[in-house]
Design a protein around this ligand. Structure first.
Ligand SMILES: Cc1cc2nc3c(=O)[nH]c(=O)nc-3n(C[C@H](O)[C@H](O)[C@H](O)COP(=O)(O)O)c2cc1C
Length: 200
């Protein structure tokens, strides 16, 4: 999976303003490395419809080493600058104009690696020198998902939409396809057709 990360757009003191579009795709399937799941396959159909001048970064959370999140809000009160893969994720998050959660439904909910990433947002809101809240409010969040049943995916979509709302992010909507074994979603012709228009 490509881990090409653009230089972070958000340094302390950098003025806000229009910036080139760059989409960060965060894949949270727990399939083995190298095994492309249905959600990623569908997301790549959508990505193919992006204009050529829009940058893309793809990161698979399962291939990164994320520390467990520790809630320091009411003790230390702030967080040190992240290091290693957590820094990679923060930099990629800040550098993106658009973030797409490529997220299967696991137990009617958010896959654990994505949940850990989201929990770290709480720390990044409290990391000195990181204008996380201001920067996130400039971004759009979208979700591309597969599972067995669209209606039962709704609580997960609602959770993501509420996370976006909490940070003042624009909500770009969701794309869902019927998954299962790898390749299954390719038979969901409606989802494949919708992928081509996902960015509108
Ligand atoms: C741990 C786990 C939990 C799952 N929970 C659900 C679920 O609650 N509802 C559902 O419809 N499918 C569930 N599935 C099936 C996946 O959502 C489905 O196979 C999906 O297409 C997998 O995405 P991927 O191919 O991108 O990895 C689950 C699969 C796993 C491995």
């Amino acid at each position: 999976m490509s881990t090409a990360t653009p230089s972070p757009s958000a340094q302390p003191g950098t003025p806000l303003g229009p910036r080139p579009r760059h989409v960060l795709f965060l894949v949270s399937s727990s399939r083995e490395p190298g095994q492309q799941g249905n959600s990623e396959w569908l997301a790549r159909q959508a990505a193919a419809a992006l204009p050529a001048d829009v940058g893309q970064t793809w990161l698979s959370l399962n291939e990164l080493s994320l520390p467990p999140f520790v809630d320091l809000r009411h003790t230390v009160g702030q967080y040190p600058a992240p290091e290693g893969d957590l820094k990679t994720l923060l930099d990629a998050t800040l550098a993106a104009s658009d973030i797409v959660f490529v997220s299967p439904v696991y137990w009617f909910s958010i896959p654990a690696p994505m949940k850990t990433y989201l929990d770290h947002w709480s720390g990044w809101l409290r990391t000195p020198g990181v204008p996380f809240k201001t920067e996130m409010a400039q971004k759009t969040l979208r979700v591309i998902s597969t599972s067995g049943d669209r209606a039962k995916a709704q609580p997960m979509f609602d959770s993501y939409r509420l996370c976006a709302q909490f940070l003042g992010m624009a909500w770009g909507g969701e794309l869902w396809g019927k998954g299962g074994a790898p390749g299954a979603v390719q038979a969901d012709t409606e989802a494949v057709a919708q992928a081509a228009h996902f960015w509108r």
